[in-house]
Each structure stands twice: as C-alpha cells, then as structure tokens.
Design a protein around this ligand. Sequence first.
Ligand code: ZN
Ligand code: ZN
Length: 346
Amino acid sequence: MSKLFCPKCGNETGIFYDNVCEQCFIGNKKLIECPRVVYARICPGCGSFFKKGKWLQEGDENEAIVHCVKDNLKLNKEAQDIELELSPKQLDHSRYQVHMEAKAKISGAQINAAQDAQVRINWETCETCSRVSGGYFEGIVQIRADRRIPTADEIKKCLDIAGDVASRAQEKGDRLAFIAKTVELDEGVDLYVGLMKLGKQICRAIIDAFGGRFTESPKLVGQKNGEDLYRITFALRLPEFVRGDIINADGKVIEVQSCGKHVSGIDIETGRRFMENFENLMDVKKLGRRDDAVQAVLVADEGRTIQVLDPETYDTVTLKRPEFLSAEPGDEIKIIKTDKGLYVLP
Ligand SMILES: [Zn+2]
Ligand SMILES: [Zn+2]
C-alpha cells in the first residue's frame, strides 16, 4: 500500500477528508458557536422564559437556562450524529455559567468541541403571572337555581367541582385556568374565571353532576391592540327540583331522585319508577319535600284503599292504597300533606 501524505501539514495519513488529513480537516471546522454572554428573560413568579414573543414554561430554572443557551447556539450544518450536553451552574441570583460539550461527525470525521457561556437573567414578570396577581378574568360563571335559591350544600359542591376543573386544566398547562374571585350572593354564587374556556368547562361539569343548563352571553368590554375584548357571562341554572322533592308531573305524584334533562324518581301512588324528559312535561309543580313528611297511624287496610289518621286534625282520611305498602293497621307510616291531598311515602 502506497503512503499518503497530507498536502497541508505533510503528515502521513490513511484517509483524506476534502483532500487533507483528518486533523487538518477538523481544524477548519467549528462545531458549535455561541455568544460568550446570553441574556434570558425569566419570570420570577413561575420560572417561564420569554422566547420569540411568547412566554414558555419548561420545568425548573435550570431547564429554562439550558433552553435559552440552546436558542443562541449554532451547530455546524454539516454535522451528523450530534451529541450535545449542557451543564448549567448557578453563579449568583441572576447569573449562570453553562458548560457545553458537543460530539459529532462531519463527513465521517469525528469532531469534539467544548465551550462556556454565561447566562444573565433579566427578571421580568410574565403576562400570566401579572394577570393572576392582577385579578384578571375573562368570564363570570353565575350559579343560580331555577325558581329557587340554591342550597348551601349545592353551592359547596359546585365550588368543589369548579376548583377541581380549574386544577385539572392548570395541570394540563392552562395557567390562566384559575378562579380569580368567588362572590357569594343571596341568590347564588359568581365565579370569576381567568379563561373563557374554563367557564364553559365548569358549567359542563356542574351540569353533569346536578343537571340544569347554561347560556353564554359575550359582552364587549374594550379593545386591546386593535382587537375587541370580550368577557363572557355564563348563566348557569341548577334544576328547579332536587332529590327529595315531591312534585306533580302531569298528574303523577313523584318523589324526585334526580332532575336535569330528565326527571327521574318514584311514583308515590304506585311505587313504580318514573322517568321523563323534562321538556316533555306540560304541568310540573312542587308539592313538598320528603323532609316535610310526618308519622301517621295506619288505621285500616281495605285492599284498594287505606284509612290513615291525620296527625294534625285527628280525622280519619281514606286514601288509595299504594302498591308498595307493607305496614299493618296500627303501624306508623310516613305521609306527606300536599295541595293535592295526603300521600303515603315509600
Ligand atoms: Zn494535515
Ligand atoms: Zn410567570
């Protein structure tokens, strides 16, 4: 095998890269280029950093620093199989030293490089953090009930649901999915939400749990950078009837188990299950609540009818015998007095 010599340095070589030896070839190449000093805009509140007009959140401060250096780093375009390692080291509150090591191949020649850069942090509160601290909101969720006042228990559950929905959205990265303010009112509660989308998600989750409906109405509140700025009011209405209500539904007397799009419950005259689309009911009216029921003595069971002693008037009242009744004369049973008369509760 004939000996080859590099025309540039004169050293003996086995392979040529661009007509020179590997050493001379590598000597001409720069694998990485990075300014000695890199400036990073980082939010002290959340650690997100500013990149190309946007605030990005990426892990901790170290990761933000690494990302900023990478953005300023130029890699040789011919390089292949690049291995890059960046090790940040904090110098003081606002400065990091980042050591870079890179390995790659250019036209098959192995090339290594190392460099240091200093990152100087400009601390700057990001848009999201200033919105969060400034009580910014895009929507109001008004939680009310249809033709009644929501119960304290319902309000509490609604607030729990809203809180869960907001934390889930935040975990997914929607940092503005926060509840800026909660205002309790006589007629319900208002939630001020940082993100329109969150308002809708909260309404849907509450309706999933309780039934009801909501409407959205946008309101123009001003302009920002030439664009119209809207706020949305989500008017949520919990259903008129709740579990335990005794209602008249088109002539049937129903103890409600749930009420949303559908009303379901027990027909207390027959003991049978009842289920109907709320919209299909023509005449619906609340007669009372299970809590209003009183104890009364069953005086006689006559097959198709029973006699009950009215605990207030001590009159004996004759009622249709409900199919579910298993009490014997002399026993106490639960009855409820309504505008439609007396009813035995299952
Ligand atoms: Zn050479
Ligand atoms: Zn921030």
